[in-house]
Write a protein that binds this ligand. Sequence first.
Ligand SMILES: [Zn+2]
Length: 415
Amino acid sequence: MTTRINADQIINTFIRYTTINTTSVPDNQQLPSCENQYKLAQLVASEFADVSDIQATVNENAITVLSLPANCPGMPAIVFFAHLDTAPDNANDTHAVRVKNYAGTDIVLPATDEVIAVEAFPELLNYVGQDIITTDGTSLLGADDKAAIAAGVEAICYMLATPDFKHGDIKLVLLPDEEIGIRGAKALNVAELNADFGICLDCCGIGEYVVENWYAGSAKMTFKGVTAHPMSAKGKLVNALLIANEVINALPEAERPELTEGREGYFWVNKITGNTVSASLEIALRDFEIDGYQNRKATLRSITEQLQKRYGHENITLELSDTYDNVKAGLDKKPEIIASVQQAMRNLGIEPKPLIMRGGYDGSVITPAGLPTVNIFTGAHNFHSTKEFLPAESLRLASEMLLEIVALSAQKVTA
Ligand SMILES: [Zn+2]
């Protein structure tokens, strides 16, 4: 098959985007949570400023929409999604390093002498003879998710340069703050995109694609105690910290992140603060089944009611909120989306590797909002780590995947 995306060009595009540090800031409630997400959004939009076929908008939340109108009537409208921010882990400015013609040995990161060892990451050997992008060791790489921005941009550039390539309405949408609660996708007006389906590029090695993720929510509990000097506390002191501890003890012991895998859900106690007078507790809830997810919320309600009976209704509160949904229900309604992802991979000589994701992505919010959105590979490994690396050919093929899925949708129209 013909090569549509140029490896050097897409790598240069990707590295250009990694130079803007877009680390999201969980404690900042503004959207975007850091100014540099605007800067990256504006850089990408500016690259199409002189292209009359492309309409580019960046809104006050840095939500960016690049629109390429259809050149063939009747073809599906498709949205490519990428997120602007990078994870709050290893948040320094990124200095990308290109390892040319990888020889199959350990990779030493030049600024820190940290080693990406073949023994620890044997998947490196799949990329012998290819170029691999790493960092200098002082930060994460940010292929999560700037590789996706580069893949979307280069796919659009190809379509612009190749008028014979048939496509429906194509949009590239860049979203802020995926890493800190999928906030950008929640602020997106999905109906306005007026599309048939979406493709996020926000997962792992070549060939991987997400067929389901889990339902996610969070609980915040508060506890009010009664203060008393410990020397004369008998019968008076009610210790808020110990009430919080009662909740922890009431949760099923085996259902913790460290004791679960695959399709098993959990309660994750992830924050406790306070003193004897008042305390608060935060718990994340995860389950692949909607019934299981609802049962987890019911468990917390029941624990709360028990405690309220003992300590007073006004002294114990529970606040539950939903974070995102399993995409499976939405994707099952349009099986042709996953089918075309699989066919595109086969056409490009990539082995399809379906993935059950113990996490969420922008599509976990966008799919239940009405636009079924699958998640496919960027090609990168070791997300959020200084050992994050991106094989150049995997990134090139991620961009080819977008074009191949568009091309397959054209065949359906002509057939
Ligand atoms: Zn991501």
